[in-house]
Ligand binder design. Sequence first.
Ligand code: ADP
Ligand code: MG
Length: 234
Amino acid sequence: MSTPLIQLTGLTKTLKGQGEPRPILSGVDLTVRAGESVAILGRSGSGKSTMLSVIGLFDRPDGGQYLLHGDDISRVPERRAARLRSTEFGFVFQRFFLLKHLSAMQNVAMALVNGQGWHARRKRRDKVMAALEQVGIAHLAKQKPQRLSGGEQQRVAIARALVREPRVLLADEPTGALDTETGALVIDVLHAATDRGCGLILVTHDHAHANRMQRVVRLADGVLVQERQQGVLR
Ligand SMILES: Nc1ncnc2c1ncn2[C@@H]1O[C@H](COP(=O)(O)OP(=O)(O)O)[C@@H](O)[C@H]1O
Ligand SMILES: [Mg+2]
């Protein structure tokens, strides 16, 4: 079998707020392969967002091992982490974080400015349109966010995540602000990315959405417990 995209072994993370330091992750094991999708359930405050920010290299684990495509990046310095964030990961959050004075196209194009340098104008435009096409809203390319529905805005945000062709999509309650039907469409779009070999880690409260993923795990007491395993891994 090919090298996993992500392999976490015994990952730990303690957060220090005002009070006593609190262990949030106390031995997380997780393997995600290319094209594989994993849903993460867990009650509010269980550490799901903390785990995604460690995986997405916004934060570093205290202990354990994090292999990204076989490379040990458990203690990677910030400079390299920043580069990996922009080349390896696409992020989708509950809030869309679109710039309201920019069109859908321009919002997506923003993702190509940082990290990769300026592409030739034409090439950038083609990439942006391809990403909007992938999420089914190429016809809305010129619209500003306020003219779009919540689901359409989230699809712009997903196009912005996809345009750099990440190896892994990290989605933190991406349907949290959407109604069930619109949310299902957003899940369709995320799921389609795995057909092109992208790994997908979805944090969600919605069991129907979780069940669309190949595997479902639950974060409880700082560790991941298997909820459902699909028979065949690709
Ligand atoms: N920067 C921080 N410092 C201290 N505690 C934090 C910090 N961020 C989150 N927490 C706490 O860590 C726990 C896990 O938070 P979080 O990862 O956001 O959980 P979830 O996403 O599952 O709701 C919560 O109790 C939260 O209050
Ligand atoms: Mg959270």
